[in-house]
Design a protein around this ligand. Structure first.
Ligand SMILES: N[C@@H](CC=O)C(=O)O
Length: 344
């Protein structure tokens, strides 16, 4: 049976990715698009400056954009995807939850709230049961689920694979694509022929979200993973795909061959948008590369390569498409998990 879905903040870069990924989805039927007051009442084609590399689906182009308010969304919408700017989401998401909606959100607010599941379906699906705690504490019938930041989601699947060796210390340095900053995020004068060694708030997101994702859920609380994570985040002039250099120290010794095998064998999930194999591991030390590898698994696979031993553990590179696996695709997959587990 079709699940009727809506997108909060449908005209922005991530909202457009949601529309692209929902086109032809076997379960989700797009029934509502919301945006700011300026766009409300317009057709989607008039309201959105479409910048995704496939045409706007014809039926979506003609849909009317609603204001971002619970009484503007049809009651028979079962699931909302949120790509609102975090300042707006902080105000507006609770209104939808009070009104009983289930929201799968890419917005960065509340990711570390103790009663909000922060999930990657292949890594910590059991954290979804935090919804019970959330409903008890907040007294709403809705449910809020978050996916992590794009740079976190690129690294965490590989760490999840290595955790069997006892992760103690993780250092990561990122090379992040310009699309992560949004269409008007960095100007061409800033980024061409350049690299910017600062992305506001990003390092803290990687350092905290990764520990929550790999933390233990005891049915009431998630205790953060004990590993220390230190991140250094950099913007570079690639369009899509975040590349990251990871240095991981483990309690047990691990050879590069064992690390590669652990990543290759890390299990996937049986959900429509999930890749068959979560992590593709290259033996070629010059891969993964953003331009060549970001579209693997329709943008949902994580790639790793350059796995080597160091004096202090293992080092490797990993890559994921930041606006697909790292944003809209991540929320969509959480939505599929919510349906699979009976929350929708
Ligand atoms: N915060 C991230 C968003 C992911 O694409 C970034 O700035 O790159």
């Amino acid at each position: 049976m079709a699940v009727r879905v809506g997108i909060l903040g449908a005209t922005g870069a991530v909202g457009q990715r949601f529309i692209q990924l929902l086109d032809g989805h076997p379960t989700f039927e797009l029934a509502s698009l919301t945006a700011s007051e300026d766009s409300a009442g317009k057709t989607y084609a008039d309201a959105a400056k479409w910048r995704v590399n496939t045409p706007i689906p014809e039926d979506v182009a003609e849909m009317e954009v609603d204001p971002t308010a619970p009484d503007a969304v049809p009651d028979d919408v079962d699931l909302l995807f949120s790509s609102l700017p975090s300042g707006v989401a902080t105000e507006v998401e609770p209104e939808f939850l009070q009104a009983g909606y289930v929201v799968s959100s890419n917005s960065s607010n509340d990711r570390m709230a103790p009663d909000v599941p922060l999930t990657i379906p292949e890594v910590n699906p059991e954290h979804l049961d935090l919804i019970e705690v959330q409903r008890d504490e907040r007294g709403w019938d809705g449910a809020l689920v978050k996916n992590p930041n794009c740079s976190t989601i690129t690294m965490v699947p590989t760490l999840a694979a290595l955790d069997q060796f006892g992760l103690e210390e993780v250092h990561v340095s990122t090379l992040q694509a310009v699309s992560g900053a949004g269409y008007s995020g960095v100007t061409s004068m800033e980024i061409i022929d350049n690299a910017i060694p600062h992305i506001g708030g990003e390092e803290n997101k990687m350092e905290t979200e990764s520990r929550k994702l790999l933390g233990e859920f005891d049915g009431v609380d998630v205790s953060l993973h004990e590993m220390d994570v230190a991140a250094s985040c950099n913007r570079i002039p690639t369009l899509d795909g975040h590349l990251e250099n990871v240095f991981a120290e483990t309690t047990e010794e691990v050879t590069p061959e064992e690390a590669k095998e652990a990543m290759r064998e890390y299990p996937g999930v049986d959900l429509h948008s999930a890749p068959e194999q979560l992590i593709h591991v290259f033996d070629d030390p010059s891969r993964p590369q953003p331009r060549l590898d970001r579209e693997r698994g329709d943008g949902m696979q994580v790639s790793a390569g350059g796995v080597q031993e160091t004096a202090a553990g293992i080092k490797y590179n990993c890559l994921a498409h930041n606006t697909i696996r790292g944003a809209a695709g991540a929320s969509l997959l959480n939505g599929e998990l919510l349906v699979e587990e009976g929350w929708v």
